[in-house]
Write a protein that binds this ligand. Structure first.
Ligand SMILES: Cc1cc2nc3c(=O)[nH]c(=O)nc-3n(C[C@H](O)[C@H](O)[C@H](O)COP(=O)(O)OP(=O)(O)OC[C@H]3O[C@@H](n4cnc5c(N)ncnc54)[C@H](O)[C@@H]3O)c2cc1C
Ligand code: FES
Length: 256
């Protein structure tokens, strides 16, 4: 556990925020897909919410790491009250990471809503290496489409919203019709599952799972993801993931 200083905590729109926090030299080595856990209220005597919340490392700026968050419940609401120079308890780096040592590949990045969070850092790594990258980004409405300025280097951006307020009207999975060598996917479970059906059979698929976590370090068994390997395997999202081979995940066994 460490204490980090808030550098900024900016509102992007009514539901989405971006927060920069000071980081140790170890944390600054974050790879795309790694996550940290945060105690979400600044008063150490307040134990509600008791459990820390997990957040993908969204970007690295100088000596700080950046997270992007969507206000869902009391944990993320608590984060919105934090101000510059406040101190926050953090743990991590945690988890595994996306394969970012790719050269000359045709890559799809597929994000649903706050599932965009880990991708600015991934794109930073991949665009240096002559990869061709299409970003598919869907949300319920225009408020779910954020951080577009972080994706100026990708080759194409496809945007959809369910209400048609930005991009094409509909679901982002309806627009996946090109062939890729690898795809990186993060978003609601049904969206990730449908992305797999739409991608060509030869495409490798790495998904970032957002199972609810308690301990974050592999002790409580609260974040199990079933993988279909030679036999069915129970994997811990926090320790074995959050990045998994999407074709092996048993989507039907997940809660949402
Ligand atoms: C590896 C990982 C990375 C994550 N990265 C990010 C990130 O970068 N940005 C971000 O905003 N969030 C991220 N999350 C989700 C985040 O940790 C919180 O779970 C989420 O923001 C809700 O917390 P809360 O306290 O606001 O809501 P809560 O009060 O805990 O929950 C409110 C409601 O949402 C439901 N809910 C909460 N969390 C989840 C979940 N993970 N899956 C399904 N339903 C849920 C609850 O059942 C409840 O109904 C990540 C989760 C994981 C596991
Ligand atoms: S959150 Fe405890 S084992 Fe994963």
């Amino acid at each position: 556990m460490a204490k980090s200083k808030i550098i900024y905590n900016k509102k992007i729109n009514d539901n989405y925020f971006t927060m920069s926090i000071s980081a140790s030299s170890e944390t600054l080595k974050a790879k795309p897909g790694n996550f940290i856990m945060l105690k979400t209220n600044k008063n150490n005597l307040v134990y509600d919410p008791l459990l820390r919340r997990s957040f993908a490392v969204s970007d690295i700026e100088e000596d700080n790491i950046v997270i992007t968050y969507k206000v869902i419940g009391k944990g993320t609401l608590g984060l919105t009250y934090l101000r510059e120079n406040d101190i926050i308890e953090t743990s991590g780096l945690l988890g595994n990471y996306f394969n970012c040592s790719l050269n000359n590949k045709r890559i799809a990045i597929i994000a649903g809503g706050i599932g965009i969070a880990p991708f600015p850092l991934l794109v930073k790594r991949l665009t240096k290496k002559n990869n061709f990258i299409d970003l598919y980004y869907g949300g319920k409405s225009k408020n779910d489409i954020v951080l577009l300025d972080k994706f100026k280097e990708v080759d194409n951006i496809f945007i959809t919203t369910e209400d048609g307020s930005k991009g094409k009207k509909g679901l982002i999975t309806d627009y996946i019709n090109r062939e890729y060598e690898i795809a990186f996917v993060c978003g609601p479970n049904p969206m990730m599952m449908h992305s797999i059906y739409k991608l060509n059979e030869t495409c490798e698929i790495e998904v970032s799972m957002e199972e609810r976590m308690a301990c974050g370090i592999g002790l409580c068994m609260g974040c199990i993801v079933n993988l279909r390997e030679e036999t069915m395997k129970n994997k811990k999202c926090c320790k074995d993931g959050p990045i998994f081979n999407g074709r092996k995940v048993v989507w039907q066994n997940l809660n949402n």
